[in-house]
Design a protein around this ligand. Structure first.
Ligand SMILES: [Zn+2]
Length: 312
């Protein structure tokens, strides 16, 4: 029987099971119902999305349909990771989930040369992380773990339902939701997705074996992850490169993007590496005399970094 050979049949994808598997120890890192490392702008903008009449309820309904279909399609086209299939990748997912206090997500590898990864989830199915072969092949194991941790960060912060629906709207340009939303609301969605990436990058730093691995993922998204190179990107030169963008009207094009440009992401990671919240997760990395800012001070600096129209 065809169903008997489906890896999905061996995986419990019920969201109720996923919730039951969440670790109780996450409470020490929750503040007002969200993880303590979450980027404040992520939560502020998501609240604005919640205030769009009907957005959340309609999104959940649409997401349930999209997610159920996407998961089946991934299961047809990709390879299900588990203890007996890419076990080293499975162990990375287990370690990230354990560290963040979430249930272990199901991971798939899909044949696609693009350096990308994404997460599918809804209220009804537990999250699935899809890694394109391009990112598996071209990153070191430590960097790949940070990609998985980044996706786990999206799961931990319950981004997935919003992201699935917003991706559908932004990629199709039309559809039920797209036709009833104003241009301002669509811009708000893109602003939120960019802020959400900063939160997820922080999860990567929290789970990383080496913090440089997390930074390297964003650096390699800039220069293409040339194989067999251990090139060290000059961060000060990156700051100068960003200054050129900030002083040029072409920065407006970033408003249309659902990800912050990778320079902003690297610099935002650097900010979080100087935030006291990071060291609540990684106390072993504390060093005497190091710069350590409050979360509030860090957020002011990070908001300037990601605010495309007003970052002076
Ligand atoms: Zn992301």
């Amino acid at each position: 029987m065809l169903q008997d050979i489906s890896p999905l049949n061996r995986i419990d994808v019920r969201f109720s099971t996923y919730i039951a598997n969440r670790k109780a120890d996450e409470n020490g890192h929750m503040v007002n119902g969200v993880p303590d490392y979450s980027f404040d702008l992520d939560n502020e903008l998501r609240q604005k999305l919640n205030n769009i009449p009907g957005f959340v309820s309609l999104s959940k309904k649409i997401c349930a349909t999209i997610a159920a279909r996407q998961i089946q399609l991934v299961n047809q086209s990709g390879l299900a990771v588990g203890p007996n299939q890419f076990p080293e990748i499975y162990e990375m997912a287990v370690d990230c989930a354990r560290k963040l206090g979430i249930g272990v997500p199901n991971v798939f590898v899909e044949n696609n040369p693009v350096m990308n990864a994404y997460t599918i989830a809804s209220d009804d199915v537990s999250p699935i992380i899809v890694l394109y072969s391009g990112i598996v092949e071209r990153l070191t194991p430590g960097e790949l773990k940070c990609v998985i941790a980044h996706e786990c960060g999206h799961i931990h912060n319950q981004h997935a339902i919003y992201k699935v629906v917003i991706d559908e709207i932004l990629n199709s340009g039309t559809g039920t939701l797209g036709t009833i939303l104003s241009v301002a609301n669509i811009a708000l969605m893109q602003f939120w997705t960019r802020a959400g990436e900063i939160t997820a990058d922080r999860a990567a730093l929290i789970c990383a074996d080496n913090v440089e691995d997390a930074e390297n993922v964003n650096k390699k998204l800039l220069y293409g992850a040339m194989i067999n190179t251990d090139y060290k990107v000059n961060v000060e030169a990156l700051r100068e490169q960003l200054e050129v963008t900030l002083n040029n009207p072409t920065k407006i094009y970033e408003v249309l993007s659902d990800h912050p440009n990778s320079i902003r992401r690297v610099l935002a990671e650097k900010e979080f590496e100087e935030c006291e919240v990071f060291y609540k997760w990684r106390p072993e990395l504390k060093r005497p005399g190091m710069t350590m800012r409050t979360k509030e001070a860090t957020e002011i600096r990070c908001k300037k970094l990601v605010n495309i129209l007003d970052n002076k």
